[in-house]
Ligand binder design. Structure first.
Ligand code: F6R
Length: 366
């Protein structure tokens, strides 16, 4: 059942090229520059006219929502707010007609997400779902939606669902951008062409895991980890930290790289592993200065970066290289080494990777 892998989590990490191919299949056309998403074709007018989009989700799905915020704002120029589903209900309810809520849930059964969905719906917002489990409660109660088609995710730590959620949000943002003419056909072709190559690029990352294993072996007994990223890599930093916390029980924090100087930099000393995600062109110079700040305080730098990024490579003590892609698509690649890092560390520590303590695969209580 684990297909020769020691754990479901590892199997699901390695399944990502296939999961994303399945997710993309029949939906994108790179030659034409088009995206077809059967589940939302009928509500595109409402989506185009949305005053704003509110994304509600929990945990890893909330992180993919944060990536979605960058995608929708950049490609479709629509304001997006990302809410913890559990907090949404306790805020002043300013949502209503003309707003669109997108709920993201692997299981489709998360109680907090379901409650946010019901609240938004009762106030007249259009509610869309980005869900994995077909026929789940969230899938049934949303007005429309797009399945991620990642296949069953058994490991408690979410991996392939995250990348498939980001893939769906990318397709939705491209589609919306085309409708709103905030991107043209040429840009859409480029984006879709690059998106189509993501599964093969993930395969490439998964073919050589030696560097990550070596880093895992060195830092398996670190009491703390810091993850830093900017822009599209900021949600990836949060996701990397969550993965490590939940399966290896190491305290880890994800931060926007520039926030470091407003507090967390005080934590850095020669004992602190700092994972920096430096694989987007538009933030490269700024990331380099952040890496220098960490280095000056003797933090142990583990860089996730692209081939040929010599400045980052020179500054980092350890590195893991992911293939180049467009900045907007980079989370789909940069998260992979972080999933592997948390997996190998948890295994080294003898943790129950597929069923970490205190956690359940689907959280059906508020
Ligand atoms: C993290 C994890 C949880 C879930 C969260 C939401 O690895 O598994 O944080 O992401 O409980 O679950 P879904 O997506 O099923 O609503």
């Amino acid at each position: 059942e684990k297909g020769g892998y020691d754990h479901f989590m590892l199997k699901e990490i390695f399944e990502q090229p296939k999961a994303l191919s399945d997710c993309l299949r029949g939906r994108i056309n790179a030659e034409e520059g088009t995206v077809t998403l059967g589940g939302i074709e009928g509500i595109m007018d409402q989506l185009v006219n949305a005053r704003r989009i509110i994304i509600a989700a929990c945990g890893t799905s909330w992180h993919s929502g944060l990536v979605g915020e960058y995608l929708f704002e950049y490609l479709a120029k629509v304001p997006v707010e990302v809410e913890y589903a559990s907090e949404f209900r306790y805020k002043e309810q300013l949502i209503g007609e003309g707003d669109v809520m997108i709920v993201i849930s692997q299981s489709g059964e998360t109680a907090d997400t379901l409650a946010a969905l019901r609240e938004a719906k009762s106030r007249g917002a259009l509610v869309l779902g980005v869900v994995n489990v077909v026929g789940s409660t969230i899938a049934r109660e949303t007005d429309a939606g797009v399945y991620i088609h990642a296949g069953p995710e058994i490991g408690v730590a979410s991996t392939k669902a995250f990348t498939a959620q980001v893939t769906v949000l990318t397709m939705m943002a491209i589609k919306l951008g085309l409708y709103k003419k905030t991107i043209d056909n040429k840009e859409a072709k480029k984006l879709i062409g690059e998106l189509a190559q993501i599964p093969a690029k993930i395969e490439e990352i998964l073919e050589s895991t030696d560097e990550i294993k070596e880093i895992s072996n060195l830092f398996s007994y670190a009491p703390n980890f810091l993850y830093l990223g900017r822009s599209y890599s900021f949600p990836v930093a949060l996701e990397g930290a969550l993965k490590l916390k939940e399966i290896s029980y190491i305290h880890a924090e994800g931060y926007p790289a520039a926030e470091m100087k407003h507090g967390p930099i005080a934590l850095i000393d020669e004992m602190m592993p700092v994972v920096v995600i430096a694989a987007t062109q538009h933030t490269n110079d700024k990331m380099i200065s952040n890496i220098e700040e960490v280095r000056a305080r003797k933090g142990r730098i583990i860089a996730i970066t692209n081939p040929g990024n010599e400045e980052v490579e020179d500054l980092a003590e350890f590195k893991s290289i992911v293939p180049e892609t467009m900045d907007v698509l980079s989370p789909l690649l940069t998260v992979i080494p972080l999933q592997l890092l948390s997996y190998y560390i948890a295994v080294n520590r003898g943790c129950n990777v597929d069923q970490p303590r205190n956690l359940a695969k689907s959280v059906t209580v508020e």
